[in-house]
Design a protein around this ligand. Structure first.
Ligand code: HEC
Length: 468
């Protein structure tokens, strides 16, 4: 009975739009979506990316879109579709593209912060300023047992914030290459910091050569004695070095077994690095804390492969965290334009960049013909338009009403905090808070369950404190 009536309901429903009992992926534009895939996607991207996220050259009013579709731009490489599509097909395509344009605005907000009070869907909270930067870009936050905080600034400074709120610059930080997107990146405390006082720093490292300064992502460990670093030793560097000064990755995280994970971006060499196991760039690496390689790393037996590689095909991972319950490694990375992703990085898996992507080139042409391929992993979530994700932290517990099982992600581009509500490793709902607060570079959850965010220009670290 139930199935019969459901079927009838679906059939009736089908007369207007396609049947979709789950309510997801509904295709309100039906035929226009199909025609877009057939006639337009090969050049403009499968998911209308080019239109969700672009500078318009020929205008985006209904009539301008119609003119583009009818006459094309033969000299620039777009055929006209006047004789291929009927008038109503063309009108429907215009409506479909307009829906994509509307989508582009979903992360831009009018609201500007006027007080330090903010409203989330099911609670209010205020911002407590725990750090006012000397420089512009606080990149990362780490928590020490006893309540002290460490904060890095990309310019090369590391600070210790004591629980009584005094901030002291730490001496002995290794030299970093603060140029382009480079500088001092992440700081992580050893899981056994209470007894070994050890911390880890990731940074851009430069070396002078005849052809200029070449650079890579490196990691050092050191003993933190009060506000002095001692016994600083480099334990990792991605090889080879490149002349480029961007896409360093640079996030650090610890696995449940106590191995250190390091994200390294593709260094702007997408057609060389991410798909090659001989290259250190475009990867998540897994090492022991002395720099040696765990025997069960996925490619240790493969001749020539970089033994520290854990997963590959990454573009520029700027957030990484180990899920506190499942132990899985989650990371987020920047797509080219559209196609920022959250992935669960599994041992030996290929995340597809640049063979598959939901993004497009900055000039509007497609990079990959497809967003899916056998043998390559799909993201947990992708963002269209790009939000420029940075930082990633899991929150459970009950300090924040309504944030029961969430992943928090900063947005550099749209200057807010994205709250991803999770269910069975899927993002089922997104909530936007701290609208227009500034470029959110990092977000962390302290061991006792408080949320901290690092915001740029001027640099601040805020603690989120729920209020009644
Ligand atoms: C063979 C590649 C190709 C195909 C197929 C194609 N386009 Fe284009 N399209 C282009 C190029 C290249 C441009 C940029 C033209 C320029 O720079 O002046 C463009 C421009 C446009 C613009 C104007 C964008 C702006 O910035 O103002 C629209 C709208 C558009 N295309 C829609 C479509 C639609 C809808 C389809 C499918 C019915 C389609 N195109 C099929 C290559 C293509």
């Amino acid at each position: 009975m139930y199935y019969n009536s459901l079927l009838t309901a679906c059939l009736l429903f089908l007369l207007s739009v396609s049947c979709n009992p789950s309510g997801q992926d509904a295709a309100p534009f039906g035929k226009a979506e199909e025609q877009y895939k057939t006639y337009c996607a090969s050049c403009h991207g499968e998911k209308m990316t080019a239109f969700t996220d672009r500078q318009w050259k020929h205008g985006n009013s209904d009539s301008a879109l119609l003119a583009s579709i009818r006459h094309g731009y033969p000299d620039a490489g777009m055929p006209g579709f006047d004789s291929v599509l009927t008038d109503s097909d063309k009108q429907n395509l215009v409506a479909y593209i307009q829906s994509g344009i509307a989508n582009a605005g979903k992360y831009t907000f009018e609201d500007k912060p006027t007080t330090n009070l903010f409203q989330a869907d099911s609670m209010k909270f205020r911002l407590d300023t725990v750090f006012s930067g000397k420089g512009d870009i606080p990149w990362s936050i780490a928590f020490l047992p006893g309540g002290d905080l460490l904060v890095t600034e990309r310019g090369g400074q590391l600070y210790r914030l004591s629980s009584n709120r005094t901030t002291t610059a730490i001496t002995g930080v290794p030299a970093v290459l603060a140029e382009g997107q480079g500088g001092l990146f992440d700081v992580a405390a050893d899981p056994a910091f209470a007894s070994n006082k050890t911390i880890y720093l990731s940074y851009a490292k430069g070396v002078k050569t005849d052809s200029g300064v070449v650079a890579t992502t490196a990691v050092s460990r050191a003993i933190l004695d009060g506000t002095t670093l001692k016994e600083v030793n480099e334990i990792f560097e991605a090889k080879p070095y490149w002349l480029t000064k961007h896409h360093y990755g640079g996030r650090l995280a610890f696995t449940k077994e106590g191995y250190l994970l390091i994200s390294v971006g593709d260094r702007g060499k997408e057609f060389v690095t991410p798909q090659s196991l001989l290259q250190g760039a475009g990867k998540i690496h897994r090492i022991k804390t002395d720099g040696s390689i765990p025997a069960d790393n996925p490619f240790v037996q493969q001749p020539g492969a970089v033994a520290s590689v854990y997963s590959y095909g990454h573009r520029n991972p700027q957030g990484m965290a180990v899920h506190p319950q499942t132990g899985a490694i989650w990371e987020n990375e920047h797509g080219p334009r559209g196609g920022d992703e959250i992935n669960i990085a599994d041992a030996g898996k290929n995340y597809g960049w640049p063979v598959i992507t939901y993004g497009i080139n900055y000039d509007g042409t497609v990079i990959a013909k497809s967003a899916e391929k056998e043998g390559m992993e799909q993201p947990v979530l992708y963002w269209l338009p790009s939000i420029g994700p940075s930082g990633l932290a899991f929150l459970s517990g009950d300090r924040y009403k309504g944030w029961k099982n969430v992943a928090l992600v900063g947005s550099l581009r749209f200057r807010y905090l994205n709250v991803c509500h999770l269910s069975n490793n899927r993002v089922v709902r997104e909530e936007t808070v701290l609208k227009n607060i500034g470029r959110v570079r990092d977000v962390r959850v302290s061991p006792d369950g408080w949320v901290y965010v690092a915001v740029e220009s001027p640099g601040y670290v805020f603690k989120l404190v729920p209020v009644q």
